[in-house]
Design a binder for this molecule. Structure first.
Ligand SMILES: *Cc1c(COP(=O)(O)O)cnc(C)c1O
Length: 395
């Protein structure tokens, strides 16, 4: 997955372009910046990769989610349907918006189950945010149909799946907006960064304004002359971060090619293991291949294999016990531990996360193991890894 594995002269060149001008700000300073607009160029490149009309870069994936929620008109008191298998940022952004996270079970795609969405819709439901976990896709066309049928906004958390497609169409382009993360461990990294894509002009304009204190960016060279159509915040990215990301984004094809080759090598070798069922991928050709995920017949066996993999030097993720990616261990949310009262606490009839049972998701997560696919693996590394995997299954 991680773009940081392939830092090279390209990243250095982009960063030194910025340092030579001394302009670290993405807006203004037209003369001093010597023609360098790294954030803007990143946005154009992201649009051309994903085939979207508009793109906006933010300071993080979490900031991108917050900005997209606001730009799509999702705010205080709205219910937002999300999966329990994601990074904590998804529910954090919903809470920050003053909206109410409503959890809905996942299916064998390890993503939101379209067949379970209608059961959790209420009159307060405003949006559905599926998360394309671990490089691959949800049943996004079916989720889109459910949203359409029920008049709900579809916003995709594509933070982990840059470059993945479903039937040739980029993930992140199925709903009103899609969000990406370019944090330090993602497929493409800015160090810290995030992005929003949309085909909707009004959503784009609101995102562009919201992420920069409400500036409409129409005042010309004098930033002070900008109008402020809406109240915003500061979720801007710096040119330095954007510069690193720009060089990385240009390497995306190369990254995807290596990931896919490395993943196939492991998957082929594991296909002969009778206990293994691979994750259901609705369109295998569109998998970005950042992870190889599979399940074992029982929880006990999954735990055994995960332990053996670690012992044999082929570490994996057993998400069911993970502090950050699965609902089971989100004790801070369940017990409402927070720095200050959250806006959504002013609403009535909040879900009780402490007693919430997500049995279908638990049943899937108990059996699931994911192995991260690295770019830096040599042929020998892959052979060693395959031996370690085979050995782990024998134990
Ligand atoms: C990484 C990630 C985010 C947030 O990204 P940051 O850039 O770290 O704020 C959001 N959702 C998912 C699913 C992620 O993996």
């Amino acid at each position: 997955m991680p773009g940081y594995e392939i830092f090279g002269d390209e990243e250095k060149k982009e960063v030194s372009d910025v340092l030579e001008t001394g302009v670290l700000f993405r807006y203004g300073f037209e003369k001093a910046r010597n023609g360098h607009f790294k954030a803007l160029e990143f946005e154009k490149t992201l649009c051309s990769i994903t085939g979207s009309r508009y793109g906006h870069l933010c300071s993080s994936g979490t900031a991108a989610l917050s900005t997209a929620l606001a730009a799509c008109g999702i705010g205080a008191g709205d219910e937002v349907i999300i999966p329990p298998f994601t990074f904590v940022a998804t529910f954090e952004a919903v809470l920050t918006a003053g909206a109410i996270p409503v959890f809905c079970d996942i299916d064998e795609t390890l993503c939101l189950n379209p067949d379970r969405i209608e059961a959790v819709i209420t009159p307060r439901t405003k949006a559905v945010v599926p998360v394309h976990m671990c490089g691959s896709m949800a049943r996004i066309d079916e989720i889109k149909d459910v949203c359409k049928k029920n008049g709900l906004i579809l916003l995709e958390d594509t933070c982990q799946s840059l470059g993945a497609t479903y039937q040739g169409k980029a993930l992140g382009t199925f709903g009103l907006a899609g969000c990406f993360s370019f944090d330090s461990v993602k497929t493409v990294t800015c160090g810290e960064g995030g992005g929003i894509i949309t085909d909707d002009k009004a959503v784009y304009e609101k995102a562009d304004q919201f992420a920069d204190h409400g500036h409409d960016h129409l005042g010309g060279p004098d930033r002070g002359a900008d109008g402020h159509p809406i109240v915003g915040a500061n979720f801007r990215i710096s040119e330095l971060n954007a510069a690193v990301g720009l060089a990385q984004l240009r390497k995306l094809d190369q990254i995807l090619k290596i990931q896919r080759e490395n993943k196939h090598a492991l998957k082929d070798a594991m296909a002969a293991l009778p206990e293994v069922s691979f994750r259901y991928i609705p369109d295998a050709n569109g998998d970005s291949a950042t992870f190889l995920s599979f399940s074992l017949p029982t929880e006990e066996r999954a735990r055994q294999v995960a332990k053996a993999l670690a012992a044999n030097g082929a570490g994996s993720a057993y998400w069911y016990d993970n502090n950050w990616h699965y609902f089971k261990k989100w004790h801070h949310l369940k017990e409402m531990k927070r720095a200050a009262t959250l806006p959504f606490e002013l609403c009535s009839n909040l879900p009780d996360y402490k007693t919430l049972a997500l049995e279908e998701s638990d049943a899937i997560m108990k059996l699931t193991i994911s192995m991260q696919i690295m770019l830096s693996w040599t042929k020998q590394d892959i052979e060693n890894r395959i031996s370690a995997i085979i050995k782990s299954f024998k134990g």
